[in-house]
Design a protein around this ligand. Structure first.
Ligand code: SAH
Length: 391
């Protein structure tokens, strides 16, 4: 097996258990390592670090799969995926969950979402992609699924020299499925929906709006399949309008409203939320509750200022439209915007909107997307509810 030896001076990150080894932390690679090969990693003094897959072209040269000298094979993946499943069962996520959340489950670059009997997988690095058959075997053995679908139509794969693809990893099945969440039903389009088809990371946060929406006029922006808005209607909102730029998301959201017999309360329209928030706040339109859940604004540090401006802008506009004593429900999934920064942005937006805010709820992603302490990039979702009052 190819041997990778680390520099004498390495970040304590690696010794502390982080699975990434950057190219500039490597002293020597002995033997010929092809992209995606399994390699053994050692400290400079020849002490064993662990075993992982290499991509000599990638900035993250090795991603460790284990700290033991164990074979990486069908059994390895079966055990790892089974452990991930046990964790979900212990924490109460059994019907729908992110079954494997990459690094957080010590399976770097692997994502598996479980939608009841259906599974969607993403293998986002070459070294993980090679083990797709082992991963599928494990799922078949543990769950006997009704279907497995691959959503590898993700640009990041090209950086790893792979193609974007999607398709069945089981016998073909109808990819328009219905899932249940908090007593509501949602169509999920596993083939053509965004990402894996549905955002499970907000599943607990959708319940957090239960009390604040009663009798309220609600505006939701960046609604995708309308999950938050349909929850709002279910929890007793008077009226709900949801906006998304994607026509197909809006069609799906309206279908979901009808599926739950809530289409007399909640409606969705295809609009650019940035334009609408700007115009409607100028027009002095008012709502009791405004909910914002935009996509990630940047993946690179170079654009972080733009992302900050974007968050400040939409939250400021949103707050301006909230009636005295109403509520703002706001999220950010931009990894590079850390929680403290997000809260500071909301504070700045409140000041500029001349509003006084009181915190009702602050949450992060649901526990089926575990946050490993010290691994910053596993903590990405910020979810905040504030009461908004006139100053
Ligand atoms: N709240 C949703 C997830 C939203 S994902 C849920 O819980 O499932 C972000 C959404 O923002 C996507 O559906 C995307 O189509 C939409 N979006 C992106 N840019 C937009 C814009 N300028 N105006 C409105 N919607 C936009």
């Amino acid at each position: 097996m190819v041997k990778v030896v680390l520099n004498k001076k390495i970040q304590i990150r690696i010794a502390a258990g982080h699975p990434w080894i950057y190219a500039n932390e490597v002293a020597t690679v002995s033997g010929e390592a092809k992209p995606g090969d399994i390699v053994d990693v050692y400290y400079h003094d020849n002490k064993y670090v662990g075993r992982g897959y290499i991509n000599p072209q990638s900035q993250i040269m090795v991603r460790l799969l284990t700290r033991k000298e164990e074979a990486i094979n069908d059994d390895f993946f079966y055990n790892k995926i089974n452990e991930a499943w046990q964790y979900r069962r212990h924490t109460g996520y059994t019907e729908n969950c992110r079954l494997v959340f990459g690094e957080s489950d010590y399976l770097p670059a692997l994502v598996i979402d479980k939608f009841n009997d259906y599974f969607v997988i993403q293998t986002l690095a070459l070294g993980m992609d090679k083990f797709k058959p082992s991963i599928v075997n494990a799922l078949n053995k543990i769950f006997s699924p009704k279907g497995i679908y691959e959503r590898n139509d993700v640009p990041v794969r090209e950086l790893e020299g792979m193609q974007q693809i999607k398709g069945f990893l089981s016998d073909p099945f109808d990819t328009d499925i219905i899932i249940k969440e908090n007593g509501l039903k949602f169509h999920v389009d596993l083939e053509n929906g965004q990402k894996t088809g549905y955002f499970l990371d907000q599943q607990d946060n959708r319940r957090a709006i239960e009390h604040i929406v009663k009798g309220a006029d609600v505006l939701g922006a960046f609604t995708y399949t309308g999950t938050f808005e349909i929850h709002a209607a279910h929890y007793g909102a008077k009226s709900v309008l949801g906006l998304d730029i994607s026509e197909s998301a809006v069609a799906q959201a309206n279908r979901n409203a009808a599926l739950n017999n809530l289409d007399h309360i909640v409606k969705f329209e295809a609009m650019n939320a940035f334009d609408v928030l700007k115009q409607w706040s100028k027009d002095r339109r008012n709502y009791d509750v405004v909910m914002l859940d935009p996509p990630a604004f940047t993946k690179s540090r170079a654009n972080i200022d733009k992302a900050i401006t974007g968050y400040k802008e939409i939250n400021l506009r949103g707050m301006k439209m909230i009636r005295n004593g109403g509520f703002l429900v706001t999220s950010s999934c931009t990894n590079l915007i850390q929680p403290e920064l997000f809260l500071r942005i909301i504070d700045m937006a409140a000041k500029d909107a001349r509003k006084k805010i009181r915190q009702v709820t602050y949450n992060t992603q649901s526990a089926d997307h575990p946050i490993v302490w010290g691994w910053e990039n596993t903590h990405y979702l910020k979810f905040l509810i504030v009461e908004v009052a006139d100053r």
